[in-house]
Ligand binder design. Sequence first.
Ligand SMILES: Cc1cc2nc3c(=O)[nH]c(=O)nc-3n(C[C@H](O)[C@H](O)[C@H](O)COP(=O)(O)OP(=O)(O)OC[C@H]3O[C@@H](n4cnc5c(N)ncnc54)[C@H](O)[C@@H]3O)c2cc1C
Length: 571
Amino acid sequence: MANLNIDSVKERTFDAIVIGSGMSGGWAAKELTGKGLKTLMLERGRDVKHVKDYPTTNLYPWEFPHHGVLPMDVQEANPIVNRCYAFGEDAAHFFVKDKEHPYVQEKPFDWIRGYQVGGKSLMWARQTQRWSDFDFEGPERDGFAVDWPIRYKDIDPWYSYVEKFAGISGNRDGIAELPDGEFLPAYPLNDVESYFSNHVKANYKNRHVISARCAHLSKPNQIHIDQGRTQCQSRTLCQRGCPFGGYFSANSSTVPWALRSGKLTLRPHSVVESIIYDEKLGKASGVRVVDTQTKETIEYYAKIIFVNAAALNTNLVLLNSTSNRFPNGLGNDSGVLGKYVAFHNYSAHIGAEYDGFKEWTTDGRNPAGGGYIPRFRNVYKQETDFLRGYASGFSAYRFKQHNYDGVGASLKENTVKGDLGPWYVGSHLMGETIPKESNFVKLDPKLKDDWGVPLLSISVDYDDNDEKMKKDYIEQLTEMFTSAGFTNIKPSTNHQSPGLDIHEMGGARMGNDPKTSVLNKWNQMHACKNVFVTDGACMTSTSCQNPSLTYMALTARAADYAVSEMQKGNV
Ligand SMILES: Cc1cc2nc3c(=O)[nH]c(=O)nc-3n(C[C@H](O)[C@H](O)[C@H](O)COP(=O)(O)OP(=O)(O)OC[C@H]3O[C@@H](n4cnc5c(N)ncnc54)[C@H](O)[C@@H]3O)c2cc1C
């Protein structure tokens, strides 16, 4: 019996454990196995194998029972996730439904999740921009949160490293606030987008409209072919999972790569309930898992642990990892764990029309989605009554205005014919928000989920800075649209809850001072050296760029450091 137990413990002991198999967890697994570590990846959801488990990927529109639109009863049963634009009949199976995994909203928060191997990397919009020192120096310059313990130079080589493997398309635009990367060819702007880009260049200092940078293989390199991926076919059906591996996901790229090393054990259906802290060793010894199929509780052990459950679930796991040493959550000597949560302000949009270029239309689809306007407010100096700034998307499109008049043959003729209408242009706000102590998550003291894990209670809201920024975005973009000759300009603001931006960050922030932060400059816990947090929970501030590329780069960087520390016997 004793031997059996020893064998069982041995079987459950690894060099490294990665919690979560999504965007950042995939990178942790790839890097750790690549450095020879026997690694266990624990994923709460089911397995989703590349291609095989993309059931809708090759369906024609008429093959969907409801032509892509979810039936009313499904929409009504899922008011939260239904607010996400990508929750349609073709991709609903990748989204967590409202009733499956409840949480507590102290303030309205739309928590959009993907619980499966690959996490949200299957469903994302693939927009990928580097951050710059204007972002990493932001909190110190503008006096909020705490200073980032890293600068651009620390992460620059790691951006290059992950970009080359993931495949990022873009132009080298030479903009200081949006550093260039290791790009595959960009998806070009269409005529009206180019027209606006040229107009802005000619009329505004330090404002740019560039091709959106995105994680698509516009022209694959050998490293992408080695992953079994091929050129993006511009189908723009990405949220279904791509059988070509045309865009980067953990499923198409990092997870199968790590599995091929022979060093990775992938265990789906495994909810990590907590991280086990060993008081004698003074470090974490493993994790406690609930098997969602058997409800059995199992412990796994490892020398290092990477926490990649996505920002808020990482907070949940850490807050739920209590011990005598850490009564308020693992590594929480500072008391800031769960606090300073922030997000992106996506609550405004502007639409308009353009009367020019009537002789042209678009042909084909652009998987990058069009153009991107990097942040231009408060970059070189403080120029407004709000802190920080915003980026925005910009796209122009034209489509046939179908005429459904008539019956029989005349209806058919009218429908097929259709006249091209005007060009439509649109832009949406992507604003930085300021992390604050009053925006936090905590464990609900009473309510538990099906696995006995406390529910996460979320208390996150906009503030006055966000309102002022929104107003400025509307004013500035309206002015830019007007000067470009766009007409019928329609600004609109909405009251979408935080969370729907799906860029929630913070709670276990990085910082130089253990008294005010949870992680050091290597994403390593100040107070528990063999635990690394490299998903959105680690973010000290939010910038206004999309965050996932930064999670990937931070993860690869932290894995490199963790293994070298392990080899030196320091963790
Ligand atoms: C529709 C949509 C559009 C988006 N567009 C963009 C974009 O254009 N650009 C961008 O940068 N980002 C975008 N995002 C956000 C992006 O997907 C996330 O930033 C990214 O996936 C986060 O990576 P992650 O590893 O932290 O989390 P995830 O990719 O969500 O992976 C976390 C994994 O951990 C698992 N897990 C959670 N809790 C536990 C537990 N207790 N035990 C075990 N496993 C657990 C989850 O099931 C999941 O598989 C978008 C997201 C969505 C949904």
